[in-house]
Design a protein around this ligand. Structure first.
Ligand code: ATP
Ligand code: MG
Length: 668
């Protein structure tokens, strides 16, 4: 193996064809869609764009001056209009758009007509506060309907939103507000999480007043979170700066014409999860973003008029933007939104929600699936999950064992699984099965969505037909990021410089490296041509000259019946260059013995070979994760190599790394 590529270790032979009944009714069951999109990608995307409402059609589909793309040039539209107004002419007017349940069990529901009225009032209120086209609005909310309403209200008047996850600290909120120069902050007195109240307004006050504060913020709009008519309370209002949402919005007019936006006008800024370092303010514009969010929601989730669609992601992440708000609402879907934790009041909460709302499509993350595995399948058996017909996964590579568990226990063996690879930067799904077409393999995101040109390349840009290398996107796509807010240099360097000056591709199929996007992930291609994302390039292990992706070793660990979750990092080793350091969480109730360590270690060797044998295994109750649930291997590497920890501001629970550091130093 050369230094350019990666060793491919994991073998997976289980395959799952789309169930016949599913395929018979699927929106797409003809594999020809791929060839048709390839024949003329611009015409194909234009076909999707035409399914949206444009107040003025575009003059040109694409202008591509790497790394700057512009889609649907000259076209005018409004994203909120497309998510709401255009559904009001037919039967969708009275269709349920949003079903919501709070953690304490309180419920609200909105038809398209009602959601339209709410968004319009909120948009009028924002306008009355002097907010309009070209402004940025920071949104720091729990998972309540107003989170979606506030986003759509911004979109309606042409202000870009910057949603900051409600679990972030005052400091993280302040950094993001200041980076984007937001004029308005929309927050709430509090939200519910695991039985407690998250005091968002208090954190917002701290963000705005301490350590230089947020000079760009003029007003703060505060939503009062009620349970059974009683406000959560606790918000201290600052005269002249803070306003109650219910006072301003309820009094505002429901007649608020949508601003006509250029296809390339900014729709939002969203900061990445911060798994690899300081978050980047990713910019998404209107026409191309909405087109791909719409198209992928429809085809990947096989979305039908009578579906009840539940995406468990928080609106603070890109998945919450594209697949809780813009994609499903642009499709006129019925969307479920849930405020709280999966284990409140007990570990059956998700399954109860699916039963109560007759959810048909579930889209969640591997981190959640691994938690459910750890808790055990008994929790699911108490509920009727027969309404489910399709399952989705996003956020990290899904270990084959977690995939199988999802398939068997959640999907009852009958639901196709779509493992969707994409990122904040790509705006929408890029690599995924089509559930009525693709034969799936546990752990593989399979193939690029029609119209997307993904490839696996060597360090110098050679096309790798089979084996491991760098994931690359070789053609612009509509929902691609248009930049990093305020940092064009980082934009160029992070995503567009990997193959600069190289010729990418092979044979007749080559192109200049300048126009090839590097997402930062390593991947391999199997004999079928399927893609396997095997981890971040930054996390790749180099053991005795073998470059190994984290996913394969972790999947071998998780494959052991005692292991619930695992993370591996390379740790400096005199002879091998690096040795494998493994951090392992056991399933509940199991004894963490030395004997079991040997067994787990042997299991890895049996599964993928001696090269991957862990040098050390450390048992841990929890792994360090971002607030979006992704394992932060760079911190584990700092621990394994005895360094001071890097940026920890995006960690979900800083005590986890502190504990691990102590344990590692004691035993490691
Ligand atoms: P940062 O870029 O700030 O370090 P992040 O990359 O975690 O944070 P996101 O944009 O939320 O922020 O995550 C995208 C990344 O998540 C992808 O680049 C990939 O590493 C991983 N990912 C998402 N979905 C999948 C999937 N289905 N399979 C494998 N990896 C996935
Ligand atoms: Mg990233």
């Amino acid at each position: 193996m050369s230094e350019n590529t990666f060793d491919s270790l994991l073998q997976e032979d289980r395959t799952f064809a789309p169930p016949a009944e599913f395929a018979a009714r699927a929106l797409v069951s003809d594999p020809d869609v791929y060839a048709r999109a390839e024949a003329d990608p611009e015409a194909y995307w234009a076909g999707w764009a035409r399914e949206l409402h444009w107040s003025k059609p575009w003059d040109q589909v694409l202008e591509w001056n790497p790394p700057q793309a512009r889609w649907f040039l000259g076209g005018k539209l409004n994203a909120a209009y497309n998510c709401l107004d255009r559904h009001l002419d037919g039967p969708r007017r009275t269709k349920t758009a949003l079903l919501w349940e709070g953690e304490p069990g309180d419920r609200r529901a909105f038809t398209y007509e009602e959601l339209h009225a709410e968004v319009s009032r909120a948009a009028s209120a924002l306008r009355s506060l002097g907010i309009g086209k070209g402004d940025r609005v920071a949104i720091y909310l729990p998972m309540i309907p107003e989170a979606a309403i506030a986003m759509l209200a911004c979109a309606r008047i042409g202000a870009a939103h910057s949603v900051v996850f409600g679990g972030f600290s005052a400091e993280s909120l302040r950094d993001r507000i200041n980076d984007a120069d937001a004029r308005l902050l929309i927050t709430a007195d509090g939200g519910y999480r695991r039985g407690g109240i998250v005091p968002l307004k208090r954190a917002a006050d701290e963000a705005l007043t301490e350590e230089g504060g947020c000079p760009s913020i003029e007003k703060v709009l505060v939503i009062q979170r009620h349970v059974d008519g009683a406000p959560v309370g606790g918000a201290v209002m600052t005269e002249g700066r803070d306003l109650w949402w219910h006072e301003v919005v309820d009094a505002a007019s429901a007649d608020c014409p949508a601003e006509e936006m250029d296809s390339e006008d900014l729709l939002y800024i969203l900061y990445t999860s911060g798994t690899t370092g300081k978050p980047k303010g990713i910019m998404h514009t209107t026409g191309g973003y909405l087109t791909q969010a719409y198209a992928t929601t429809k085809w990947v989730f096989d979305l039908k008029e009578d579906d009840v669609y539940w995406c468990t992601a928080d609106v603070g992440w890109v998945t919450g933007h594209s697949y809780l708000v813009y994609g499903p609402l642009a499709n006129g879907a019925t969307v479920l939104m849930y405020e709280g934790a999966p284990d409140a009041p007990d570990r059956g909460r998700f399954w109860k929600l699916i039963q109560d709302y007759r959810v048909t499509i579930l889209y969640t993350a591997p981190t959640a699936i691994r938690a459910f595995m750890k808790w055990g399948a008994e929790w699911l058996r108490k509920y009727d999950l027969s309404s489910l017909r399709l399952l989705g996964s996003v956020g990290e590579p899904i270990n084959p064992e977690a995939w199988m568990w999802y398939h068997e226990h959640v999907g009852g063996g009958r639901c196709p699984i779509v493992d969707t690879w994409w990122q904040t930067e790509t705006g929408a799904i890029m690599i995924t099965p089509l559930p009525g077409v693709t034969e799936t393999v546990p752990g593989s995101a399979t193939t690029p969505f029609p119209g997307i040109r993904a490839d696996i390349l060597s360090l110098h840009g050679e096309h790798i037909p089979a084996g491991g290398g760098f994931l690359a996107i070789r053609r612009p796509w509509p929902s691609m990021l248009r930049g990093i807010w305020g940092d064009p240099v980082r934009f160029q360097e992070t995503y567009w410089s990997k193959w600069q000056g190289e010729t990418v591709g092979s044979g007749d199929d080559t192109q200049p490296g300048e126009g090839v996007y590097f997402p930062g992930d390593g991947a391999k291609r199997d004999e079928r041509g399927y893609f396997w994302v095997i981890g971040r390039i930054d996390d790749v292990l180099n053991v005795a000259g073998h470059r190994i992706g984290t996913m394969e070793v972790e999947s071998a660990l998780v494959d052991h019946p005692a292991v619930a979750e695992a993370a591996v990092v390379g740790k400096a080793h005199e002879l091998k260059g690096q040795a494998v350091a493994a951090f392992v969480t056991l399933k509940e109730g199991l004894e963490p013995t030395e004997e079991l360590k040997r067994e787990i270690s042997d299991h890895v060797v049996r599964k993928i070979g001696a090269i991957a044998r862990p040098d050390t295994i450390l048992y841990t109750a929890d792994l360090p994760k971002t607030r979006s649930g992704k394992i932060m291997r760079r911190l584990l590497k700092d621990i394994a190599e005895g360094r001071t920890l890097g940026d920890t501001t995006t960690l979900a629970d800083p005590s986890v790394v502190a504990q691990l550091k102590d344990d590692y130093e004691a035993k490691g």
